[in-house]
Write a new protein. Structure first.
Length: 754
């Protein structure tokens, strides 16, 4: 009887074996380090897509997991022991000696500080702000410069800033005496940036593990043992997590060679498009480019059925000891409506830490708070800027998502994560779609906060900005680039400095913060234009229409119009021979011969002060330790640009929407010289105040009816032309009525034309 083979039992065993061997899952890994406060969204996007295909996957943010272990009592105890064992503290710089001497204080406080930054013990803010809780080293010296800001900061924000300085002191110690490549949002970034050959990175990978390597790979090994994936997908958005990605791949090859390893993300999409070094595939099996959904699905099918003809999309692999590029699949990439909702399952959303590095409310959005990431539109609707990689799919293939579907996904993410904050990570969110998304958010009664990247184009009227604010928009960032009309034309930015000033005023007056990306060193830019650009920026901040900014030096990339046609822009490419590893950043010589590096410190120092609302009166020369020419920009240029922008032209096809509450209407009798007449008094209540407007009885009743029709919840859209026609049938001169003082009051608080 014991020898009898039950066919049902055999089938069950075979099914188990099939699941164990064939149906092992995919593991997405974001290597150290990207962000502290929120997950990088690439793996969540791909996991959401695989859900639509019923393909099991898991995701892991190795960066936050490594940091949480490192910055713990156990982690710091091991760190200080390692530092003391491998070096002589008496030979260290004074700051490192101080931190090492205070190691007991750091070990005692670290768990509480991390918990506070995770939002778990907000009551610790008082202790942190007392000045008698945190050990202080070099980073705290800047408090003398920023103490003035604490008066306007809440205690929680002040404590976050102090705790951030505390962590940065520890980071300085790690870089100085333990691991020179360490960084909170990057690791060994230098090895990935502009690495034309694989030599240096390859040599580094042959060396012993660093302290941070040992920590992160120990955590990674545990996750591999838990999941036992068939395919590990490494998401590499930046040069700063390339090295760690290869360390993870190296571990897989050494300890689980049956598991395949693929790499994708922003770094390979821009840097590795012509990779030819076969040594890379000692660590990786595949590199996929551009949108990852279809390449990943086809790769998974290939691994499941290797005996079938290979159909892959935009995939590098090694074949006969040579790197080959396979793009033989006939399927088209998935539309944005088909890729599903990002899925943050597996990620420790409550464990991320919020830090405040810079005392600027806009800057803090990048590092403070947890944001669900979504995209309004794939690619860029403008797609013309000459410094941008507009030849690549992630820019050139523009595809917006329907507003209703986008807000559906917002609601799904709120339900899944409990978070109502959203960062739309578009290249440049299209104004028309932003309008429809805002209307949909308000129509559904969602309470959310969101921000995104834009172009400062004229479509952002005061009315549209009011609508965006009403829907929960708290901030926008956009490229002013070089604040020079000549260079903006050369960039093909499609805006002028005056237009940027007008648009940023609309955002600011509606209560939306504005961050400007600024550029210097653009080809043919003169010293005079750099100085004049700084003066434009100074005036924008002084007028209060921009609240935040960041200067970066122009970098030439191979996939931009300038990189593809350098002679047109007076540029000579110096590294003309293609590299065997990364090929994106190009070394170049500008025909002007100007050393733009010399401006870096002065531009950034001046901007730091302008962001804090000070030093506008200082001459521009004070920011530089070398002679610069005087600016040619009139001191009231931006002020004049704001005053000159007065547009009263009505667009008849504009939709009219009333964003406020309906008024209380009462009638009053007025008399003068024996004549009596009725006037309508409309009393409005908004969030801040109550106000009243008066109109004739007939016009008041007409406006009351119109406001009810124009409420956002009404299914019938009301066009301005319809209102004008209806008004003129009963009264006369709608345009005069529309520009009257009572209507201007309403238009400033929520009667908008879109």
């Amino acid at each position: 009887m014991g020898r009898y083979c039950n066919p049902f039992r055999i089938s069950f065993i075979l099914l188990l074996l099939y699941k164990l061997v064939v149906l092992k899952p995919i593991l997405f890994v974001t290597p150290p380090f990207t962000q502290l406060n929120t997950p990088y969204p690439a793996t969540a996007y791909l996991k959401g897509f695989l859900n639509t295909k019923q393909i099991e996957s898991h995701q892991y943010d190795l960066g936050i997991e490594t940091l949480l272990v490192l910055f713990s009592k156990t982690g710091l105890t091991q760190l200080f022991a390692h530092a003391g064992l491998h070096a002589n503290p008496t030979n260290w710089p004074e700051n490192d000696q101080r931190i090492f001497g205070l190691q007991a204080n750091y070990i005692q406080t670290i768990d509480s500080v991390i918990s506070f930054l995770q939002g778990k013990i907000p009551s610790l803010a008082k202790q942190i702000c007392s000045g008698y809780f945190l050990p202080e080293a070099r980073r705290f010296a800047q408090l003398e410069e920023t103490e003035w800001a604490f008066g306007s900061m809440g205690m929680q924000d002040k404590a976050k800033h102090l705790a951030t300085l505390y962590l940065e002191d520890l980071s300085d110690f790690i870089v100085s005496v333990v691991d020179e490549n360490f960084g909170f949002s990057r690791y060994a970034e230098r090895l990935g940036r502009s690495a034309a050959t694989f030599d240096e990175l390859y040599d580094k990978l042959q060396q012993d593990f660093t302290f941070v390597d040992q920590l992160s790979l120990g955590i990674f090994a545990s996750k591999m043992q838990e999941i036992q994936p068939k395919l590990v997908c490494l998401s590499v958005p930046f040069p700063g997590n390339l090295y760690s990605a290869f360390r993870c791949a190296q571990w897989v090859k050494q300890h689980d060679p049956s598991c395949k390893v693929a790499m994708g993300g922003g770094f390979p999409n821009t840097e590795l498009r012509s990779i030819s070094d076969p040594r890379v595939f000692e660590f990786l099996d595949f590199i996929t480019l551009d949108d990852g959904e279809l390449p990943l699905e086809l790769l998974w099918q290939h691994l499941q059925q290797p005996e079938m003809p290979r159909q892959l999309k935009r995939t590098f692999l090694l074949e006969n000891s040579a790197v080959v590029y396979v793009n033989n699949a006939i399927q088209s990439d998935y539309k944005q409506a088909q890729v599903g909702t990002p899925d943050y399952t597996d990620l420790p959303l409550t464990q991320y830490i919020s830090v405040i590095e810079v005392l600027n409310p806009m800057h803090s959005l990048w590092s403070d708070g947890r944001w669900n990431k979504l995209t309004m539109a794939h690619g860029c609707y403008w797609g013309k800027c000459t410094f941008c990689d507009i030849s690549l799919d992630y820019i050139s293939l523009y595809e917006p998502i329907a507003a209703a579907l986008l807000v559906d996904r917002m609601e799904e993410l709120i339900a899944a994560t409990g978070e109502t904050g959203f960062h739309f990570v578009d290249e440049a969110a299209p104004p028309a779609l932003m309008r429809e998304v805002a209307l949909e958010i308000i129509r559904r009664g969602l309470v959310v906060s969101w921000w995104t990247n834009i172009r400062f184009e004229k479509s952002f009227t005061a009315d549209l900005c009011l609508l965006l604010k009403k829907s929960g928009c708290i901030a926008v960032s956009g490229g002013l680039e070089v604040a020079s009309d000549r260079l903006l034309d050369l960039i093909d930015k499609g805006v002028s400095v005056a237009q940027v000033a007008q648009v940023t005023r609309h955002f600011t007056e509606s209560g939306i913060l504005v961050h400007a990306y600024l550029m210097y060193g653009y080809p043919t830019q003169t010293v005079q234009e750099t100085v004049d650009s700084l003066e434009m920026v100074r005036q924008l901040f002084e007028m209060g229409v921009v609240q935040s900014g960041f200067w970066h030096q122009f970098a030439l990339t191979a996939h931009s119009p300038i990189g593809m046609n350098p002679e047109k822009y007076g540029v000579t490419i110096l590294n003309t021979a293609p590299g065997t590893f990364a090929n994106n950043d190009l070394l170049f010589a500008d025909a002007t011969g100007i050393d733009h590096d010399q401006f870096s410190f002065g531009l950034k120092k001046s901007l730091y002060n302008y962001m804090h609302g000070i030093c506008f009166e200082l001459p521009l020369q004070d920011w530089f330790d070398f002679k610069i020419p005087k600016t040619t920009i009139a001191p009231n240029y931006i002020e004049q640009a704001l005053e000159d922008h007065i547009s009263t032209k009505l667009k008849s096809n504009a939709r009219v929407v009333w964003l406020g509450n309906l008024p209380e209407v009462s009638m009053q009798t007025k008399s003068k010289r024996g004549q009596q007449w009725k006037v309508a008094q409309l009393k409005f209540h908004d969030l801040k105040d109550s106000f009243t407007i008066q109109l004739s009885k007939e016009e008041g009743l007409w406006l009351q009816k119109v406001l009810a029709q124009c409420q956002i919840y009404q299914p019938q859209k009301v066009k301005l032309a319809d209102l004008q026609l209806d008004f003129d049938l009963q009264f006369e001169n709608f345009e005069l009525f529309w520009q009257s003082k009572p209507l201007k009051t309403l238009r400033s608080v929520g009667l908008v034309c879109l």
